[in-house]
Design a protein around this ligand. Structure first.
Ligand SMILES: Nc1nc2c(c(=O)[nH]1)N[C@H]1C(S)=C(S)[C@@H](COP(=O)(O)O)O[C@H]1N2
Ligand SMILES: [Mo]
Length: 255
């Protein structure tokens, strides 16, 4: 595998991703006012003009207010991560955990959780809709996936973003994938916080995807590795996700 760049807070400051003050920006409006952020975003979007033509998919999912939040947000699917390594990180409060970003990127990364927390943040209160027929409203916070992908610099051949998870559901690795329209959508974030607190294990600690325009099963929990690919062929069952490979649900689950 090619060399990985370990992103320290100092690297992030040097590369201008993180300023020395005002790290926590709330909401995307402020992010959009930031010229560095805008240009990073636009260069990402230029790569993918063709996919961006699917205009309707860029609309925002509805956001709610604090008073709408569900008193109970049930957990579904895996409630814990699997394996020795996951348990060790859990015991350490994920202090030494990092997210891998690889595949069709110019700069493979290992980004410590501490660095992900220091990137500009987006906070959103949204409704989670599970295909099994229940919904819950919760608040999610984390950096935009777009920002992480721009740090790793997608190669032009990249078409899909795959999320590899640390759990086994009924003995098999859970994984999911989305296209670049959803990957660069403003509300697509890597959430490490839920309802104002670090993610609980049952909700996918330390990091899970929020892809608000799609159903619950696309929101990969326990994300440990993000892989950029040109195609989904040859990856597990080839249909781009755990439930998709079972023939249970569609790859695109727009709501
Ligand atoms: N890694 C992983 N991600 C997953 C699942 C899972 O079993 N494993 N279940 C999915 C389903 S079907 C739903 S509805 C949501 C549930 O998220 P929650 O447990 O935070 O409610 O996670 C999704 N992401
Ligand atoms: Mo679900």
């Amino acid at each position: 595998m090619s060399r990985q760049l370990i992103l320290s807070r100092r690297t992030l400051i040097r590369t201008g991703v993180v300023g020395t003050g005002g790290l926590l920006l709330s909401g995307c409006d402020k992010l959009f006012e930031n010229p560095a952020f805008r240009s990073a975003l636009e260069s990402g979007e230029d790569l993918h003009k063709a996919s961006q033509r699917a205009l309707g998919r860029n609309a925002l999912a509805r956001e709610f207010s604090a008073g709408d939040m569900s008193p109970v947000f049930r957990a579904n699917g895996s409630r814990e991560g699997a394996g020795e390594e996951y348990r060790r990180h859990l015991a350490q409060g994920f202090a030494n955990w990092s997210l891998k970003v690889d595949g069709l990127v110019e700069r493979p990364l290992a980004i410590p959780l501490t660095a992900l927390r220091q990137l500009p943040q987006r906070k959103q209160i949204t409704r989670h809709d599970c295909v099994e027929g229940w919904s819950a409203i919760g608040q999610w916070q984390g950096p935009r996936l777009a920002q992480v992908l721009d740090l790793a610099r997608l190669k032009p051949e990249a078409q899909y973003i795959v999320f590899h998870c640390a759990d086994l559901y009924r003995g098999r690795p859970y994984y999911e994938s989305i296209d670049l329209v959803d990957a660069f959508h403003p509300q697509t974030i890597l959430a490490w916080q839920m309802n104002g607190r670090p993610l609980e294990q049952q909700h996918g600690a330390p990091l899970r995807l929020r892809v608000e325009k799609q159903l619950g099963y696309k929101h990969a929990k326990f994300v440990t590795r993000i892989e950029a690919r040109a195609s989904l062929d040859g990856l597990y069952g080839g249909r781009g996700g755990y439930w998709e490979d079972q023939g249970a649900y569609a790859w695109y689950a727009g709501i």
